[in-house]
Design a binder for this molecule. Structure first.
Ligand code: CTP
Length: 404
């Protein structure tokens, strides 16, 4: 997301300046070219040298510094930026921007930019609640600025309450959100993730190695792109992505019920879950005792949820997954056809960096028209976005074709 992006990080004076250093590290690690602009007060808390060393770019502090102006002035900072992040943003900075004041390098650059601006205020809780501050913040929001509200907790000034700069990771995530095109706005997606768990007795179950990482990554990316996301998730330790409605389930039957309860109003279904194909035919109410030398379990078939959706697909975009250990393309193509899918994501789980419980994947997209795309090894978050690029196109075409 940040690769090749030009980010201006505006830092104004407050104790939370040290957190901006960590934010800078996250941004540069993600590939952003970060130009830091500091107000005079910010330099009292952390020296420009720290930001300069970590960004690899000169830090801008002064509107009328001839050397800096020659290198890069406030207009070119503003023009080149893909994103401005103001963190921490003091009450003074927010007030100046809201009132159209531009008396230093940071405020002049903010006023001159057409890039999105993410404002992250941090201040004493009474200052934050002050109606004049609140009015200024409202002016920013009404004018299209993105504001990430401060966190609550113990403040450096000794007070407890709202006013803390959110953690750098939260600011980083919000910045990704701001930069992400909302091409799934108006689209409702149902995503399934994780394994299912089929009980044998109260202490044992049948399941698989799925962690849910792929499905959760798809849900998070779809939400970021503006979609309404319902995530039906088998047992998983992963955090539910912000803004996603999660319905936790255990068994394939429960997953089926949750899916069909929500199917009617859904535009896209992405079935990333690794559903257990069989369940115990005679689940024991009590813990089974080890009496015999051998034990035979009788299993019965679970419903094939995706195949059932395929039978009543309507206008929906339907995506399945095929995790295979051999004859990848043949098996995936067969599932694509049999389950009436638009696209299937095929991966060979025996390859290093692909499959369950890792953060990367190596996948191929098989389309209903026979087209096959081969993707290199990449993080699951990126696989999710590549997949959603295809899904967004299919969804838009479907919408167009259903218009009278
Ligand atoms: N799937 C499903 N319900 C099942 C089994 C699978 O909805 N009972 C979905 C999965 O979520 C996935 C796709 O079907 O999107 C393919 O799942 P996979 O386990 O690879 O294939 P199966 O159809 O179960 O076939 P097999 O196990 O024989 O490979």
């Amino acid at each position: 997301m940040f690769k090749g992006k030009n980010v201006v990080l505006g830092v104004s004076g407050g104790i939370a300046v040290y957190k901006a250093v960590e934010l800078l590290r996250l941004l540069t690690k993600a590939g952003a070219d970060v130009h830091v602009v500091m107000t005079r007060n910010a330099c009292e808390f952390v020296t420009p040298l720290t930001f300069q060393t970590l960004s690899g770019n000169p830090v801008h502090t002064d509107l009328f510094n001839l050397y800096q102006e020659r290198e890069i002035d406030h207009i070119s900072l503003a023009d080149r930026a893909d994103l401005f992040i103001l963190a921490p943003a003091t009450a003074n900075l927010v007030g100046k921007i809201a009132q159209g004041l531009a008396d230093d390098l940071l405020t002049t650059s903010v006023m001159a930019t057409k890039a999105p601006v993410l404002v992250v205020p941090a201040m004493n809780t009474n200052m934050y609640q002050n109606p004049i501050y609140q009015r200024n913040e409202k002016i920013l929001v009404e004018n299209g600025y993105h504001v990430l509200e401060p966190a609550s907790g113990a403040l450096a000034c000794g007070w407890e309450g709202q006013g803390k700069l959110p953690d750098p990771e939260v600011i980083f995530e919000t910045a990704i959100n701001v930069l992400t095109p909302k091409d799934l706005l108006g689209c409702t997606l149902l995503v399934t993730a994780g394994p299912t768990r089929e009980e044998i007795d109260p202490v044992r179950y049948i399941s698989n190695y799925s962690s849910g990482k792929m499905g959760f990554a798809i849900a998070a990316a779809a939400r970021r792109r503006g979609g309404q996301v319902v995530l039906v998730a088998g047992p998983s330790t992963l955090a539910v992505p912000e803004g996603v409605r999660c319905l936790p389930v255990f068994t394939a039957e429960e997953m089926r019920t949750a899916v069909f309860n929500h199917l009617e109003n859904v535009d896209v279904v992405i079935k990333a879950a690794a559903v257990a194909d069989y369940r115990s035919a005679d689940r024991s109410v009590h813990k089974m005792k080890k009496n015999a030398e051998q034990l035979t379990l009788t299993l019965e078939r679970n419903p094939d949820i995706l195949a059932e959706i395929g039978e009543q697909k309507g206008n929906r975009v339907l995506v399945g997954f095929a995790a295979e250990t051999e004859r990848l393309l043949a098996h995936a193509a067969e599932k694509l056809k049999k389950k009436n899918l638009d696209l299937i994501v095929a991966n060979d789980i025996t390859r290093q960096g692909a499959g369950f419980d890792v953060d990367t994947n190596i996948v191929r997209f098989l389309h209903a028209d026979g087209q096959v795309e081969e993707l290199e090894l990449m993080p699951k978050a990126e696989v999710a976005n590549r997949l959603l690029d295809r899904v967004a196109t299919l969804w838009k075409l479907r919408r167009l074709s259903s218009q009278p």
